[in-house]
Write a protein that binds this ligand. Structure first.
Ligand code: UDP
Length: 245
């Protein structure tokens, strides 16, 4: 086994949005994007870090948006559809990682035993200690929440050191950097700052869970090659959010 004693974070939850698997239009699944992420995950895993990935589904369907645009489908149903979208992405991610020689397991919050294991906390930890990457699908298995909440919740359950929130920008800004060129990038923030400044980092439930249990969140740009390994090494990357800024 690789020596992981020098890593800042030895067990992480990596939250990948559905859009991170898509091409620039944000829809569908792009082989090129997936293999670029898989390459970074392989590099991080080789350092000895235990990695649990929570994959979103926004490249296919988000429950709240879909029900807003389609009156025939009830909102709860649309959220279940969103959960299924995360399963589709998780299966794709599994093959992308295994094509690179990594051992993985997809664990679903919604039992579907023909295609994935059901999430069982102790089994998830066992996979991690055996060096397998786990891909957590179907969020929490409950409607009306997002995979951000699932990432925070699973981080607590598996006793992860940090939630790594992969985004397409360099971290948390004072405003949307894609719309406001004067937006300021924060190096670090407290959970309190995130709430009081109404910064859009992760959904409010995810922030509240991490705040209550003291699990830090690192928001970083996964598009920069090597950013995942730098994040787990504790190098300055992105915006760190903790109990104190
Ligand atoms: N979802 C849900 N329960 C969960 C996780 C996800 O109902 O525990 C649904 C919800 O509709 C959400 C969709 O699945 O919008 C896709 O997840 P998310 O929006 O978090 O994906 P991302 O924005 O990260 O791609």
């Amino acid at each position: 086994m690789t020596d992981s004693s020098r890593l800042r974070y030895k067990r992480v939850v990596l939250k990948l949005s559905g859009e991170s698997l898509a091409d620039s239009g944000g829809r569908g699944i792009s082989g090129q994007e997936m293999s670029a992420i898989a390459k970074q995950i392989k590099q991080a895993h080789a350092s000895g870090c235990q990695i649990a990935i929570v994959v979103g589904g926004g490249n296919i369907l988000r429950g709240a948006q879909f029900s807003g645009s389609n009156a025939l489908v009830q909102e709860a149903t649309a959220h279940y559809m969103g959960m299924l979208a995360t399963v589709i992405n998780s299966l794709a991610m599994q093959d992308a990682l295994e094509a690179m020689g990594l051992a993985t397991r997809v664990m679903s919050a919604v039992p579907m035993d023909k295609i994935a294991e059901t999430f069982i906390r102790r089994r998830a930890i066992r996979h991690l200690t055996k060096g397998r990457i786990i891909i957590l699908a179907a969020g929490m298995g409950n409607p009306f929440v997002t995979t951000d909440t699932a990432a925070a919740q699973r981080a607590l359950e598996i006793d992860a050191d940090v939630v790594l929130k992969a985004t397409r920008v360099d971290g948390v800004y004072s405003d949307d950097p894609e719309k406001n060129p004067h937006a300021v990038l924060y190096d670090s923030l407290s959970f309190q700052d995130v709430t009081s400044k109404q910064l859009r980092v992760m959904d409010a439930t995810a922030i509240a869970l991490c705040q209550e249990h003291g699990t830090p969140i690192l928001v970083f740009n996964f598009k920069k090659d090597g950013s995942i390994i730098r994040a787990i090494n504790g190098e300055t990357v992105g915006t760190w959010i903790g109990r104190e800024s």
